[in-house]
Design a protein around this ligand. Structure first.
Ligand SMILES: CC(C)(COP(=O)(O)OP(=O)(O)OC[C@H]1O[C@@H](n2cnc3c(N)ncnc32)[C@H](O)[C@@H]1OP(=O)(O)O)[C@@H](O)C(=O)NCCC(=O)NCCS
Length: 168
């Protein structure tokens, strides 16, 4: 059974388990570079979830971490998506559940615009974003494409069952 919950500050074990389950190709698609391992600095940044500027959710298959989605906001109120699902669980709807959940958390935190910078060849990511946000706009720019979607107003959003924000 797949469960989705908020990822809280400092959950390095979840980060590491999901990263370990990504193939070289998935890592390249996620980080836009041939990443073989996460540096200490990157792990710190990815684990520094504060529930406001940086919100994140994780998916678990019978307790095993299988995916993470995060949104990190800038000063202009836009937030940038990072999402990954381990290879052996891809194409089973987990990415869409994660994206809906993290978007709800970000909207509840007051963010209004989601952006995703994806490789233009990354059909899975493009399809994922349009399946959850059919009104998103794509701005192709050579090897990358920027996707922009509006998030609902904070008072119009319901968190998916089981997804509660982490305690401050
Ligand atoms: C992108 C990613 C998160 C999608 O996760 P997922 O769990 O496989 O996605 P889902 O099963 O929820 O599918 C969502 C939609 O994308 C489509 N999709 C998924 N993988 C696809 C693929 N390889 N090719 C084409 N469409 C694909 C699904 O059919 C579905 O569309 P639909 O609702 O219109 O049928 C996953 O492929 C991944 O982790 N890739 C590596 C990291 C990455 O690319 N991150 C994005 C950049 S930050």
């Amino acid at each position: 059974m797949i469960e989705v919950r908020a990822l809280c500050n400092g959950e390095f074990d979840v980060l590491d388990a999901v990263f370990d389950g990504l193939s070289a190709e998935s890592r390249f698609r996620r980080f836009h570079a041939p990443v073989q391992g996460l540096t200490a600095g990157t792990r710190r940044v990815l684990a520094a979830v504060d529930g406001h500027r940086h919100v994140a959710v994780a998916a678990f298959a019978d307790g095993r971490p299988v995916g993470i989605a995060r949104l990190v906001a800038d000063d202009a109120g836009r937030c940038d998506l990072g999402i990954e699902v381990v290879d052996d669980v891809q194409r089973s709807g987990v990415g869409a559940r994660l994206l809906r959940a993290v978007a709800a958390l970000a909207a509840a935190a007051g963010h209004r615009v989601l952006e995703a910078e994806v490789l233009s060849t990354n059909r899975a990511a493009l399809r994922l974003v349009f399946s959850v946000f059919p009104d998103a706009t794509a701005f192709p720019d050579g090897i990358t494409t920027r996707l922009v979607a509006a998030l609902p107003a904070a008072d119009a959003v319901a968190l998916p069952v089981g997804v509660v924000a982490c305690a401050a």
